[in-house]
Write a protein that binds this ligand. Sequence first.
Ligand code: ZN
Ligand code: ZN
Ligand code: FE
Length: 749
Amino acid sequence: MTRLRIRVHGVVQGVGFRPLVYRQAVRAGLTGWVRNQGGSVELEVEGSPQVIERFVASLRDAPDPASVEQIERHELSETGELGFRILRSEMAPFASGLPADLAPCADCEREIRDPEDRRFGHAFASCIACGPRFSIALGLPYDRERTTMAEFPLCAACRREYEDPSDRRYHAEPIACPECGPVLSLVDPAGRHSASGAAALSAAAKALRCGEIVALRGLGGFQLLVDARSSQAVSRLRTRKHREEKPLAVVFPTLERIREVCEVSEVEARLLNSPARPIVLMRRRTLGEIVPEVAPGLSELGVFLPSTPLLSLLLEELGFPVVCTSGNLSGEPMCLDLQEALTALGGIADRFLVHDRPIARSVDDSVMRVGRLGIESIRRARGYAPLPVARLATKKTILAVGGYLKSTVALVSNGQVLLSQYLCDLDTMRGVRLLERTIDDTLRFHDAVPEIVACDLHPDYPSSGLAERLASQFQSRLVRVQHHHAHIAAVLAEHQREDRVLGLSWDGTGLGNDGTGWGAEALLVDGAQFSRQGYLRPFALPGGDRAAREPIRSALGLLFATRPELAASFARKEFGEESGALLIQALERGIGAPRVSSIGRLFDAVAGLLGVRRTCSYEGQAALELEALAEGAPSEAGYPLSVSDSPPYIAEPTPLVDALLEDQRRGLSRARIAARFQAAVVDLGVAFADRIEAPVVVLGGGCFQNRTLKHRIFERLSSSGRQVLAARAIPTNDAGLALGQAWVASRSP
Ligand code: ZN
Ligand code: ZN
Ligand code: FE
């Protein structure tokens, strides 16, 4: 007899996985238990070793929509336990908490297509297995009278279903039907109503077919839709929305249509079909009918399947893929109600397809990707928020307010961490107000008063100012957490780890303890403590913050720091005589040219030197394009980046720049130079790890959204026996900061 503790990662919650484990275990005669734990499922089984092996193998073949990615196992000594039990999940104190929104289930999809069914064509169908949850909830416990569906009294037929224990709509809070539910209508930009119900849906479809832009009031806010097969239509959307190049997601009528454009793996297919129905970033095989304007310069395409009955009916009527992007002004949060949308989107959309079900809070689409290391989250919102993400060994109530970009909020209560949906960046007033509202919402829902408020070290982030006010309002302790420390802590929190680790925390920039910009850090992290062991020699960014949008400034800064004799002529060539001279002056005097150590800016600098990208129209564009370019090249030896042999370990960029310029002179292709550069950054990670003793290495920060970088470092370090941890269900970018801040705060004395 043996006993095994097993932890199963993947899409395993809210998909009938625990009942499956139960049935298999009972059938095999194994004893033990199963429960949800954090984002995974944990179980213990006891029985004969051969039977356990067969049982474990059977878990890997869990049917849709479950998807098993990884199974961790630990041997235990047997206990003689009798029977097999499904335990209440470890998140039990939040058992009454808010569930996430769920895409339509197969039964509801069938009903809305069945002319004989009373829900035929009903855009708001739902049942106990599917439908809106988080986006309509107004309070706890989650009952119909505390949702925005309270305004729609159930008709007699719906009430019978709601009250019948044998019906699949028994106590399903959001249910409705064409008789008693919300109604669709079509409105023009002046607010004039032109059609209702099925006629509104058909008219919107007709408008899309003609190349018009339709603003759709979806589940968690407005979205903008346009025919993905029309260059003209997509370009018009881009011009009107001032979104020049940022990739747009495409919703397809069926999985088969996605297969025409992308190679869809089994895991990707399950993820696309999962109840969360996220946007999945996939390598595209061919563009097919999708026009290149959808994702210029990139090899990945964000695709998804209809996530609501409304989108499902619309896509069925259309029969072709449609661009679907958040309905907002560039950089602002999504619009929620019609008045707001008419004001903000009146100049963008030609029609508004709306409904009268109030939206309780904005919930954007989630974005995921399946890499060689498994599923990773890029944006965590619809379908995942507000589910708990981790457990912490603390009794304290902690509120963490995140950073500046990709704002999110974390609440620790009863040892569990809830992470809000992705909100938006904080560079507009509306963005800051959304953050404030989300904090209120989160505290109110969980009846929580924070004892600690955690924020970034940067005093000028609006989130930090808000944290100061909240701390004095609640008389709670304020804990400021260094940005890159928080990035590493987020990964540790997700993996439920507390050991001392080496963190490679690589991103754009964040404020360091010494007041300079950091972002190429090798940190030894030990709970609330960390020490900076290694980094890239800083270079100055002429124009400061503007450099994040203009890689060409990073290029000039890097050149000035490494080959100053070449900087003046480069500045003249790129910026013109006058501006070039001013920038050089700024660099020489060190005024208006902050020094940063940043892998993100290093990527920018190289993209600028190579002429891949001079200015960015969205965050991270240069790095993404450099990655896409390098992908096309054979693997290359990296450029030299010498790292000192005694602490602090400082990487010198000069040999890299020299070798790169030499390759450029020799006429080596940009793709090969990009590949050699990327290999150098991988080598840098290995060099840090070789010098700084630690059995566990954690990869954190936005740069690890680059899959080549992440995989190569992962492979190199794990092949030498180190354990490597990276973000999975929580984005590695700044959307994970709140979780990391909460983790650090929970461990601070
Ligand atoms: Zn359903
Ligand atoms: Zn009804
Ligand atoms: Fe960051």
